[in-house]
Design a binder for this molecule. Structure first.
Ligand code: SF4
Length: 453
């Protein structure tokens, strides 16, 4: 591929041509304008679906733009997580320190909203001026009698994945502090589902029907009390592996809870995930009920999917998402629609993730780690794909280049998990591919309008 920054050349491979997974888990190359978000964003997106907690951003107001509206994690109860609280650090705080502002803001917010716990996020400015956020959290915590957890997440301190790790540490500060002591033999925690568009509710319902108790969801529609008791579950399933694997590992080490990776995107992976949980418990009734859930789920959407598949077969797609496990599921889901994936990339994939991705992709598929707009534009134009699947930062890229687009990131408003989610996904794919707008914004037009790569 032309126009790759030299030091990134090992982060792009082609299935069949290269035998190894792309280099990954590196800091983004200078000048590459990575599609990744910052450390703070990584922490915030994992923690803020804890709906009854106070989330306070210690930094300038611009950092607080990452609000609930950007990531639509729904709550079945409290709505405190939707408030975008910020200390709004200004020049005066930068010169004299922001600790007093933080202390006063925290006290005022806790007294007003009476949250179940509070998280305080350090941003770049707080990190640069050296505010002792840990000490202030401790002091106010003792004074107000509430858990206040500092989240050390200045944007410059690493990649979005470092933010995930910091968020896992913050969750570990709560897990195990609850009053429950008895382990429920048929129980799980769901790690890495954020109830985007209500997807946690779909997944929970499957487990309810299988007779499995969900102790906590970290962190979809989450409550502080449930998180405190998460250590009493017998098994952890990890949906967003990029963010939650460190937490799963830590819970295995501390409380002996085994875990497996799952995905509820697409038929195949949803069924495999439900069967994996049933197999873990080895209970004949649970297995029987899992089979029923899968059979009913597939039968309820089979006919509608076949009709869509007849019109999508033969198309090609590119995928660029946060985590590689989702990319793997999407490759399989697209195959069900007769669509071939010719490009797949992720922001935070690990070596193991990429090895799995390589094994499911067809020969000739380009695999990219930590892409930038220039590389994505080049692949879209060179490969002539019909459809691009990504998130909020990839959407304008696809539209400008005249390519159909489906949002599969955390901004989406449509639930795409489970069997019904597969049908919703297929409908979105079909609608976007057949939109009349592409007659007016063709790829050739984009080239002639001077899209520079
Ligand atoms: S990079 Fe720094 S300043 Fe920008 S949003 Fe992240 S924490 Fe805030």
């Amino acid at each position: 591929m032309k126009s790759i920054i030299k030091e990134r050349s090992e982060q792009i491979v082609t299935v069949g041509k290269n035998v190894t997974a792309p280099q990954c888990e590196r800091r983004s190359a200078a000048g590459a304008v990575s599609q990744r978000a910052c450390v703070f964003c990584g922490s915030r997106v994992v923690l803020y679906p804890i709906t009854d907690a106070l989330h306070l951003v210690h930094g300038p107001i611009g950092c607080a733009a990452y609000t609930w509206d950007i990531r639509g994690a729904l709550s079945g109860g409290p709505q405190l997580h939707r408030r975008s609280f910020c200390t709004d650090l200004r020049e005066r705080d930068v010169v004299f320190g922001g600790e007093n502002t933080l202390r006063e803001t925290l006290v005022r917010l806790i007294r007003k909203h009476r949250p179940s716990a509070a998280f305080v996020y350090s941003t770049c400015v707080a990190g640069v001026i050296g505010d002792d956020v840990v000490a202030i959290c401790k002091e106010v915590s003792l004074q107000e009698g509430i858990d206040i957890i500092p989240v050390g997440s200045p944007g410059f301190a690493g990649t979005k994945k470092d933010g995930y790790r910091t968020a896992c540490d913050a969750l570990l500060a709560l897990i195990g502090t609850g009053t429950a002591t008895q382990k429920n033999p048929l129980s799980i925690n769901i790690l890495g589902d954020f109830n985007v568009a209500g997807e946690t509710w779909i997944i929970r319902e499957y487990f309810d029907r299988m007779g499995i108790r969900v102790v906590s969801v970290l962190t979809g529609d989450a409550r502080v009390t449930d998180i405190r008791n998460a250590h009493t579950a017998s098994f952890n399933i990890v949906q967003c592996s990029g963010s939650m694997t460190p937490l799963a590992e830590a819970m295995k080490e501390r409380w002996g809870i085994p875990y497996t990776r799952v995905s509820f995107f697409g038929f195949e992976d949803t069924a495999a995930s439900l069967y994996a949980v049933a197999d873990f418990f080895g209970d004949a009734n649970v297995s029987q009920r899992a089979t029923e859930v899968v059979r009913n789920g597939v039968n309820s959407v089979r006919e509608a999917l076949t009709a869509i598949r007849n019109e999508t077969t033969g198309k090609t797609a590119g995928i660029y998402v946060g985590g590689a496990f989702k990319a793997v599921s999407l490759v399989k889901a697209l195959r069900h629609l007769g669509i071939r994936t010719v490009m797949a990339g992720t922001q935070t994939g690990s070596k193991r993730d990429y090895e799995i991705l390589l094994s499911v992709c067809d020969h000739g598929t380009v695999i990219i780690d930590d892409a930038n707009p220039s590389e994505l534009s080049r692949v879209i134009l060179d490969s002539g794909i019909d459809l691009f699947i990504g998130g909020v930062k990839e959407r304008p890229l696809a539209y400008k280049l005249g390519v159909a687009f489906v949002d599969h990131n955390h901004e989406r408003k449509e639930a795409l998990a489970g069997f019904d989610g597969m049908l919703a996904f297929a409908r979105e794919v079909h609608r976007s591919l057949n939109s009349p707008v592409w007659k007016f914004v063709s790829r050739h037009a984009a080239k002639s309008m001077g899209v520079h790569l």
